[in-house]
Design a protein around this ligand. Structure first.
Ligand SMILES: *Cc1c(COP(=O)(O)O)cnc(C)c1O
Length: 400
């Protein structure tokens, strides 16, 4: 029998999280008895519409948005980022430039690469330093009245490094550019109060904070002239047509409310677990460094670059030892390109392919950290012993 995912210690929360049982419970009736279409005028439709309305208020509260109508439900973070950037370009057709950071998620990077190649849009890519800090001077220099939109993430999915997004949004406002933030890793983990900022658009995704997959929201400030990407019915006030994913939206709302109730847990207990894991590994393993540790970071994320190993092999051996983690790089199938985030942070060559991401959630316990600490040092040592790059001391050892 193969080991089920349940017996694993799950330390891959930045990839996705387990559905909170209370979220599932909230969703279930909308798959069965409460199957109405929110646009229908009979009782069943009204019940569904009320459920969507309630979820909208829950997300509004999580984000500190001024009005519930500023929340547009969609399929998640990728759709949100695409919709925001494309809407901004359409709203200001004479502005032909975009500013992003070098460490954005592919949801932003791939769209911008396409826009540059096929639509002649100029993309300014703002670098980060080796701690993961954004180069604010380069950001200021890139800002001008030619910029349609700035899209900079709130927190990085690979390192957890947090950018000063409210301040960046104020600077964008000075040149009349719209500001979007991919807050998929920040929403539900950090307190956000949008009405106190100049942020125009923000995307989030339910499955990164114990909600269901395939549902999320785009915050669109009331003052933004938003052009939809999906046209059809009048759902979401014409900003995202198509019959609402009612069970998913109900799950997103429930997950948002639970996340807000757990902020303190995330900032204290989860942070303590993360710090114990990170310090424990660094104490036991030489030639290893925690990326972004000098910067402000999410409380749940630790990416450790181990010199002289391949992260892919470490992830495989850890999986066999019952511990689920990720490579520090979002590696596409068959490609051994090191992560663009780690390249941007100028991680030394010897460690570039050896970055392992540990990402926790409120579902983790002290026992999980004990199990990880018992497994990681031995696995790194084993991989170094067969490393083709050469072990920490002595001559390189060839693979047998
Ligand atoms: C997961 C993630 C996304 C993509 O969200 P989906 O809902 O899976 O499309 C975008 N940005 C960041 C930072 C992420 O971590």
């Amino acid at each position: 029998m193969t080991m089920s995912a349940n017996s694993h210690v799950y330390l891959d929360a930045n990839a996705t999280t387990a559905l909170d049982p209370r979220v599932l419970e909230a969703m279930l009736p909308y798959f069965t008895q409460q199957f109405g279409n929110p646009s229908s005028k009979h009782g069943g439709g009204e019940a569904a519409a009320n459920a969507v309305r309630r979820a909208r208020a829950q997300v509004q509260k999580l984000l500190g948005a001024d009005k519930p109508t500023e929340i547009v439900f969609n399929s998640g973070g990728t759709e949100g980022a695409n919709a925001a950037i494309l809407a901004a370009l359409e709203a200001a057709p004479r502005r032909r430039e975009i500013i992003i950071s070098a460490v954005e998620h592919p949801a932003v990077l791939a769209l911008c690469a396409y826009l540059e190649k096929h639509k002649g849009i100029r993309i300014h890519v703002i670098p980060v330093d080796r701690h993961g800090w954004l180069d604010i001077d380069a950001y200021r220099r890139a800002l001008s009245d030619r910029v349609a939109v700035v899209s900079i993430m709130w927190a990085n999915n690979e390192t957890g490094v947090i950018f000063p997004v409210p301040e960046l949004a104020e600077l964008a406002k000075e040149v009349g550019a719209l500001f979007h933030s991919d807050a998929v890793q920040a929403a539900g983990k950090l307190p956000i109060d949008l009405k106190a900022t100049e942020i125009d658009m923000l995307s989030l995704s339910a499955h990164k904070f114990h909600g269901p997959k395939g549902v999320g929201a785009l915050y669109v400030r009331d003052s933004v002239r938003f052009k939809p990407q999906i046209r059809g019915g009048h759902q979401e006030r014409g900003r995202r047509a198509g019959t609402e994913n009612v069970p998913g939206i109900v799950g997103l709302g429930a997950a948002a409310e639970l996340a807000a109730a757990h902020f303190d847990d995330e900032q204290t207990r989860v942070r303590t677990l993360r710090d114990r894991l990170e310090r424990g590994i660094l104490d036991q393993v030489g030639h290893a460094v925690a990326l972004g540790a000098a910067a402000e970071r999410l409380p749940n994320t630790s990416t450790i670059a181990f010199s002289f190993i391949e992260a892919e092999a470490a992830v495989m051996l850890l999986d066999r030892a019952g511990i689920a983690v990720s490579m520090g790089s979002a590696c596409s199938a068959g490609s051994f390109e090191p992560s663009h985030v780690l390249v941007a942070m100028k991680v030394p060559e010897a460690a570039l392919r050896g970055a392992v991401r540990f990402s926790l959630s409120r579902h983790n316990s002290d026992a999980d950290i004990d199990r990880a600490l018992a497994a990681v040092p031995g696995i790194v040592a084993k991989l170094r012993a067969i490393s083709p790059f050469g072990a920490e001391e002595g001559a390189p050892v060839a693979l047998g």
